[in-house]
Design a protein around this ligand. Structure first.
Ligand code: TMP
Length: 206
């Protein structure tokens, strides 16, 4: 059995992840792939419960350490019960966010130590890393404007502009350091252009 590929979609708030997740799924299915579409934090019953705690604005006083550990706790469940079995069955896994989000949000946004995150990554994931990461990048003001129109903020969306600037910078920095894995997509372009860039990146992987 040929192992499937693991694709992740990343980006700040309001960059069009939902629309483009569907687009990537369609592209892959059109080429006959069996695709498991999932998300983080979440993707299993227990991990979705952890997600609820993480996003709930009532989770007042959650420390950055608790937040970081909950992200990895949810991830461990997700990898063992969903991602790894699917890849081993030869399915492709398309995941809305993964560990790059932890480096960006908990590392960049919250200022958690990068080496601690890298240690947890190794501990929880072993050798598992995405084969391709599509980073939807747009100026923070553009993304936040779109997110605001959706209304009803969760615990992350209520953060200030500076937080999301740090998130964006870490994403871009990681993309520059891992050019073989990352493809940066300019999400401020028209949807047609965004999707053309996405299709090119996926074609290289196939
Ligand atoms: P979503 O809104 O894209 O579904 O993601 C939920 C929120 O969780 C989003 O604001 C980013 C945040 N997040 C982290 O802070 N760290 C992580 O590791 C992941 C996967 C998500």
């Amino acid at each position: 059995m040929i192992r499937g590929k693991f694709i992740t979609l990343e980006g700040g708030e309001g960059v069009g992840k939902t629309t483009n997740m569907k687009y990537v799924q369609q592209l892959l299915e059109n080429t006959g792939r069996s695709v498991v579409v999932t998300r983080e934090p979440g993707g299993t019953g227990m991990a979705e419960k952890i997600r609820d705690i993480l996003l709930d604005r009532q989770s007042e006083g959650m420390t950055p350490v608790t937040e970081l550990l909950l992200m990895f706790a949810a991830r461990s469940q997700h990898i063992v019960h969903v991602i790894e079995p699917a890849l081993q069955r030869g399915q492709w896994v398309l995941c809305d966010r993964f560990t790059d989000a932890t480096f960006a949000y908990q590392g960049g946004g919250r200022g958690m130590d990068v080496e601690t995150i890298a240690w947890l990554e190794q501990c929880v994931q072993g050798e598992l890393r995405p084969d391709l990461t599509l980073l939807l990048d747009a100026p923070v003001a553009t993304g936040m404007g779109r997110a605001q129109r959706r209304g009803d903020f969760d615990r992350f969306e209520q953060e200030q502009v500076e937080f999301f600037e740090r998130v964006r910078q870490v994403y871009l920095q990681r993309a520059r350091l891992n050019q073989r894995r990352f493809k940066i997509i300019d999400a401020a372009q028209s949807l047609d252009c965004v999707q053309k860039n996405i299709a090119e990146a996926i074609a290289v992987l196939s």
